[in-house]
Ligand binder design. Structure first.
Ligand SMILES: *[C@@H]1O[C@H](CO)[C@@H](O)[C@H](O)[C@H]1NC(C)=O
Ligand SMILES: *[C@@H]1O[C@H](CO)[C@@H](O)[C@H](O)[C@H]1NC(C)=O
Ligand SMILES: *[C@@H]1O[C@H](CO)[C@@H](O)[C@H](O)[C@H]1NC(C)=O
Ligand SMILES: *[C@@H]1O[C@H](CO)[C@@H](O)[C@H](O)[C@H]1NC(C)=O
Ligand SMILES: *[C@@H]1O[C@H](CO)[C@@H](O)[C@H](O)[C@H]1NC(C)=O
Length: 236
């Protein structure tokens, strides 16, 4: 390193020597002023470009800093909301499907599995709205009954002494029954108890036993009832 520096000094002296030879020429006074002006001008230009470079560096560091902090403040939030599993334990069965990969069909622990769905039977009571919200929190929705088999399976798992909200309601009281998952209301797959629905002000539906048979009954949505949540199987 030291050798290189001395070599640079030597070269510099040579340069000034050559300019000195130039100054010996008749146009010396004029030429002297120009090298004198250009000599300080060169470091000026050098310092100016160094300053600009430094400023650019500072700005890019500043921008990088901002981007880094934005990312680092976003990432933990994303991790929090997406990575926190709602269902920590799954129970799976090996399905006899021809599909090569999706072999394990799972339901969260304490949920019941039937066909390709999972069911949670809540034993605490809430209004219809709150029950549906509670199901949503568990990535599910209130029970939608699509078939007689499904209805029968659910009935076998309920307590006869209780009523259970399902995902069927008539928001306007006009007899336009709607399933929470937009399944079309099909009159030929309804299981109303005899004489139900009975009251346009009763706009939500429960499953209940009457005269020892299970069926649907319309009740006020604000009533607190147990409920059944439903979700699709989780495939692993
Ligand atoms: C985010 O995570 C922190 C700890 O990692 C936890 O204390 C906090 O409750 C979480 N927030 C949410 C909304 O889950
Ligand atoms: C799986 O499928 C085969 C052929 O379709 C059948 O013989 C077998 O009984 C099935 N096993 C189960 C557990 O369903
Ligand atoms: C609401 O969800 C919790 C679990 O998050 C469950 O223990 C409770 O039984 C649910 N209640 C209803 C009415 O769905
Ligand atoms: C249920 O919630 C909907 C909006 O999500 C609201 O319009 C309706 O009035 C609520 N019904 C009851 C009975 O609270
Ligand atoms: C209603 O359900 C019956 C019996 O499951 C079925 O045959 C029919 O196609 C369904 N109708 C509509 C419009 O989905």
């Amino acid at each position: 390193m030291a050798l290189e520096i001395t070599y640079a000094e030597v070269r510099f002296k040579n340069g000034s020597n050559s300019s000195g030879t130039n100054s010996e020429s008749p146009a010396a006074p004029k030429e002297r002023t120009t090298p004198h002006k250009s000599n300080p001008a060169f470091p000026k230009l050098f310092w100016a470009s160094l300053l600009i470079l430094f400023l650019l560096l500072a700005i890019s560091f500043f921008i990088a800093f901002i981007i880094f902090f934005q990312k680092s403040s976003q990432l933990p939030e994303e991790k929090n909301t997406t990575k926190q599993p709602i269902h920590t334990t799954l129970e799976c069965v090996k399905k006899n499907v021809t599909m090569a990969e999706k072999v394990w069909s799972c339901c969260p622990k304490n949920w019941k599995s039937f066909s390709s769905k999972c069911y949670f039977i809540a034993t605490d009571s809430k209004s219809w709205n709150e029950s549906e919200k509670n199901c949503s929190r568990m990535e599910a929705h209130l029970l939608v009954i699509n078939t007689k088999d499904e209805q029968d399976f659910i009935n076998r798992n309920l307590d006869k002494q209780s009523a259970y909200f399902v995902g069927l309601s008539d928001p306007e009281g006009q007899g336009r029954w709607q399933w929470v998952d937009q399944t079309p209301y099909n009159k030929s797959t309804t299981f109303w108890l005899p004489g139900e629905p009975s009251n346009p002000n009763e706009r939500c539906v429960v499953l209940q036993t009457r005269s020892s048979s299970w069926g649907w009954n319309d009740v006020p949505c604000v009533e607190s009832q147990r409920s059944v949540c439903e979700m699709m199987n989780i495939y692993l």
